[in-house]
Design a protein around this ligand. Sequence first.
Ligand SMILES: [Zn+2]
Length: 474
Amino acid sequence: MLLPSTRCLMIVALFASCTPLHSGAGLERRTPTYARVKAYLDAVPAIDTHDHLVPFDRLVTREDRGGGMNLYQLWHRSYYPWFNPLTERKPNQPCETWWAVAKGDFVNARATSFYRYQLPAIRDLYGIDFDRITDAQAYELDRRITENYRNPKWLYEVITERANIELMLVDPFWAHLDHRPDYPFAVLVLNVDPLVRGFHSSEFPNPHDDPYKFAREQGLRVESLDDYLILIDRLIAGAKSRGAVALKQVLAYVRTLEFRRVARQRAVQVFGRPREELKPEEVRDFEDFLMWQLVELAAKHDLPIQIHTGNARIQGSNPMLLVDLIEANPKTKFILFHGGFPWVDETAVIVMRHGSHVWLDSVWLPTLSYSMAKRAFHVWLEAMPSDRILWGGDCLHPEGVYGATEFTRRCLAEVLAEKVDRGDLNEEHALGIGRQILRDNALALFPQLKDRLWKHKGRLPLPTSSTSQAAAAP
Ligand SMILES: [Zn+2]
């Protein structure tokens, strides 16, 4: 089913007549060009630059919120409830009594991308059209989901075979600083959010986020700002030595993306004092100073930094607020996440101005709004070089990853086919661009990944235990 990277594009014609990876309603209504492009993109082993795929044992045991994976959890642990209702299912509550109420929840969500992105998974992996699901199908779907999660092989099958993902960069928000990949296809990313608030050790009630714990383990004394900067330098070096390929920053959910260039002395004055002794401006001074330090360390360690932009707090999450930081740090590789949604045009102009060291990651964008993602791909491909665009799923569970992946392949195929049919792009070039976005651009930006590629060797080693997964690299 998989195309080796060197296989001639002529094989695409063959694929158009084969069973597509993602069969389903709607394809027959699309153009022949779309069908060829989509079949080609389905066959590209993708490099997913961002997901939050949780450890398997956390997927199957969630007693506090209705138990392990089932139909309720499929929606509960998705983006759907961000603004849509979802009736809670109590632990051990039968599907029948929950579904009797919950089936009415979806009325106003039918057209939303936060609802629709999961439908390809339900359709392709379970053969059910959720838009028209019957009560009997809902009970059966619920039972089959739970059954699938009795064995981690399901996760591997969905991610690496059905979604055709070869490697996945994982941001483990449940343990930012643990540096432990949970799957053989997972690639570490160091989330640096905890580090910007390291002015005092009392900031870290969670040991998995605590840089001072790392300092104790390493025998490092942290009594001054200089000591702290040495600590985070070591922490980043350590993460890189354990396989991390990027830094990640998600501060747009809690503060503005405007990071001012703050004098070192102001950060010195803040360091070592607990938050209750500090004014909000002083906390921000420290965070701003640390962000500039982290951006410099990203260049020093040659680790690109992924930055969440756009939809978050909204006040202060416009990617244009990063331009001063970007302009002043030309040696740092910046990756603007989510294409800046809804500011997808702003991110394009940032790349037009600073494209030598800025990439746009479309991660999550088709899930936020399929139409805006289509428009963004159209605009970006017209306004900037095609080697600047990446993609990712941004989901917690395999069905979500599958849906987000299928949404991206479909969106990209529509954009490329439209350009081909309009006469604005040669089809062979369109396929090459699709391959760049799904795979080649990530391999160029994170060259360490080339040593982790495994599909050309055959199968990924599967775990032997039925309840946990091996952490060994493939
Ligand atoms: Zn994310």
